[in-house]
Design a protein around this ligand. Structure first.
Ligand SMILES: Nc1ncnc2c1ncn2[C@@H]1O[C@H](COP(=O)(O)OP(=O)(O)OP(=O)(O)O)[C@@H](O)[C@H]1O
Ligand SMILES: [Mg+2]
Length: 453
């Protein structure tokens, strides 16, 4: 079977431009947010093309002009970053696109063996570089076997001081000496990943006011990606919105899970419970962390830990907040934080919604294209049960697989009884009645009964 060929960046840009001009002016900014994500240079190029298109004579810049525009705009209104323009191994850093608890992320250009744009993440100081890279190497074979449309590949890893990763003729990333604080200082591990031009799944859903059903459809795709990885023996360990970006393919939203394999490689920090600041720096937010991860024994994490984090993500997509507030968890101190995650029962999503103050509740509902009472009603029942099954403290009570979770969500969408919920006769009857009501045959049968009556 022939594999579809990837469009070139120019083709893709032209296609995005064609889609953008079809959008009403008011919707263009949201569209650009969604398709460009963190790729500021793409956004500036598209904005420049749109501005040119709006000119009275409608003249588009020539290709040469576009290239010039590209160069001029590339780093405009970005604070200067000492690393931009420099080379790490065989990657030239073009633009800083993000910064997380764990490192700084750049768009980089890989020159050989193929010319392509990638995302390069330089890990913050304080990790044992050799261990991080060794752990990554141990996972590399398994990571290479992952091939899924909803997973961004992790392509490479190295250290900023490793001469082996430096092809002849390129500069030492550190300038050859010193162990400074900057990204280019020696001894920093880095990861190279597929570049995803998208935005966080939670932001995408809110900005485009996706309904609960549309959110669930998107989330099911995320479950499929996680299932694929689990089948290949890879646990993500850090599922959260900043690691699931949504991009548009032919106008359709496609979630892409990033950072696979990175949490495992950098997990040394997680066991270092004694140094609070380091922990804070590394985990960023503990809101998605499973109770067994919160133990921080560093041992015995399995795929069901990802199911818990998926449950937190689903909770947030449906109800607009995480089961435990990230800031409160961090502020409570490390022991209280671990205790909460391990012992406290979170509120059901519908209960959380019902306790929100007026305006917050209205906004949360509006972002889901509905009214507050309707949203609470939608979550009450099946969806509450499904989310809470993911969040069980005892992992043996969670869904066994990501596919199991996805299947239950599909059952809910099809008005079939979900396995997360105790199966009373009344519940099964209610579901059968609902399915029957919706099917054409059921409608006909009811009309016939009414006619007889
Ligand atoms: N492969 C990628 N493609 C496109 N953008 C990316 C990629 N990886 C990271 N980013 C961007 O960089 C930002 C920071 O990523 P990073 O992984 O460092 O931080 P994080 O996920 O917020 O937290 P953590 O450090 O705990 O993983 C992301 O939110 C995203 O916008
Ligand atoms: Mg990340």
């Amino acid at each position: 079977m022939n594999k579809p060929t990837m469009p070139s960046p120019q083709d893709r840009e032209a296609a995005l431009f064609a889609l953008a001009i079809e959008k009403p002016a008011a919707e263009r900014a949201g569209f650009l947010d969604a398709v460009c994500g963190a790729d500021k240079s793409l956004r500036r190029r598209l904005e420049a093309l749109l501005a040119a298109h709006e000119q009275p004579d409608g003249v588009l810049p020539t290709q040469a002009e576009t290239v010039r525009l590209d160069r001029e705009l590339e780093f405009a209104d970005e604070p200067p970053d000492e690393a931009v323009g420099q080379t790490i191994g065989r990657y030239k850093l073009l633009e800083k696109i993000g910064e997380g608890g764990c490192g700084v992320v750049y768009v980089a250009e890989q020159i050989e063996p193929v010319l392509r744009r990638v995302a390069l993440k330089v890990i913050k100081l304080g990790m044992d570089t050799k261990q991080v890279v060794a752990r990554f190497e141990a996972e590399r074979q398994a990571l290479a076997m992952m091939d899924h449309p909803n997973i961004a590949k992790v392509l490479d890893a190295g250290t900023t001081e490793d001469p082996l990763t430096r092809p002849p003729g390129t500069l030492s990333p550190s300038g050859g000496e010193g162990r400074g604080e900057g990204v280019l200082s020696t001894g920093r591990p880095y990861f190279v990943m597929e570049l995803v031009r998208g935005i966080r799944i939670t932001d995408y859903c809110d900005q485009t006011n996706l309904s609960t059903k549309e959110r669930i459809d998107l989330f099911i795709q995320v479950c499929k990606a996680i299932q694929h990885a689990h089948q290949k023996g890879i646990i993500h360990r850090d599922i959260k919105p900043s690691n699931i970006l949504v991009t548009l393919h032919d106008g359709e939203p496609v979630p892409k899970v990033i950072d696979f394999g990175i949490a495992k490689a950098t997990e040394g920090r997680l066991t270092d419970a004694t140094v609070y600041t380091q922990l804070h720096q590394f985990i960023g937010t503990p809101a998605y962390m499973s109770p067994e991860q919160a133990e921080m024994s560093g041992l015995d994490i399995d795929t069901r830990s990802d199911i818990y984090s998926l449950g937190v993500l689903l909770y947030e997509l449906l109800a607009g907040s995480t089961p435990f507030d990230a800031k409160e968890l961090m502020a409570s101190g490390i022991d209280a934080m671990r205790k909460t995650i391990r012992e406290k029962e979170p509120e059901r999503p519908s209960t959380r919604l019902a306790t929100l103050k007026g305006e917050e509740l209205t906004t949360t509902a509006k972002r889901r294209s509905t009214e507050a009472p309707r949203l609470i009603h939608l979550l009450k029942g099946d969806l509450d049960w499904i989310v809470m099954k993911c969040l069980e403290k005892d992992r043996a009570r969670r869904y066994e697989t990501a596919n199991g979770l996805a299947a239950d969500l599909k059952r809910h969408l099809n008005h079939e009884p979900v396995v997360a919920r105790p199966q009373s006769t009344a519940y099964r009857f209610q579901k059968a009645f609902r399915r029957n009501k919706l099917s054409p045959r059921g409608r006909w049968r009811r009309r016939w009964l009414l006619a007889l009556a």
